[in-house]
Write a protein that binds this ligand. Structure first.
Ligand code: NI
Length: 172
């Protein structure tokens, strides 16, 4: 299965609000496989379809962190149906913002409703790293990056750095 090139900051595609997946067909199943391959290849723990330039509401994750015990998850049209009032801080990174990480505060626990690749409606309640990862990836579907949760000063600094880097490479 082909690896797909990652969309990087400051590409405006990352601001896109993705559209729901209307039908789970072969194309969607292929996309899910490609997303997982691309995520594993980049040593990520989560990836949203828009990060490979596809504006559909699909995310993949694997927070198992053990190569011999992979736990791939594919969530289609995921939505947060409950979140805890308690919040926690976790240091986040993003495959679209390489070599940058920063503390982000989010709800500690979430419950997410989604479709499986078989078209079944399922719910997943998560805390810890999985909760953070789910919230981060679902944000991507709404055009929101983790740096959007930081102070304007920090965000501007990151944007400037990546815009300059892209200009040097001739990609922006
Ligand atoms: Ni990300």
């Amino acid at each position: 299965m082909p690896l797909r090139p990652l969309v990087l900051l400051p590409n405006p595609l990352l601001k896109t609000v993705s559209v729901p997946v209307a039908q789970i067909d072969d194309e969607v199943r292929r996309l899910a496989t490609d997303m997982l391959e691309t995520m594993y290849d980049a040593l990520g723990i989560g990836l949203a379809a828009i990060q490979i330039g596809i504006a559909r509401r699909m995310i993949v994750l694997d927070v198992s962190r053990e190569e011999d015990k992979r736990e791939p998850r594919v969530l289609i049209n995921p939505e947060i149906v409950w979140q805890s009032e308690e919040r926690r801080v976790y240091e986040e990174g993003c495959l679209s913002i390489p070599d940058y990480s920063e503390d982000v505060e989010r709800p500690d626990m979430v419950r997410v409703r989604y479709l499986t690749l078989d078209g079944q409606v399922e719910e997943l309640e998560a805390d810890g790293l999985l909760s953070t990862c789910l919230q981060h990836e679902i944000d991507h579907l709404n055009g929101i990056l983790f740096i959007d949760h930081l102070s304007r000063l920090k965000r501007d600094r990151v944007m400037t750095k990546f815009t300059k880097a892209a200009r040097r490479k001739g990609t922006a």
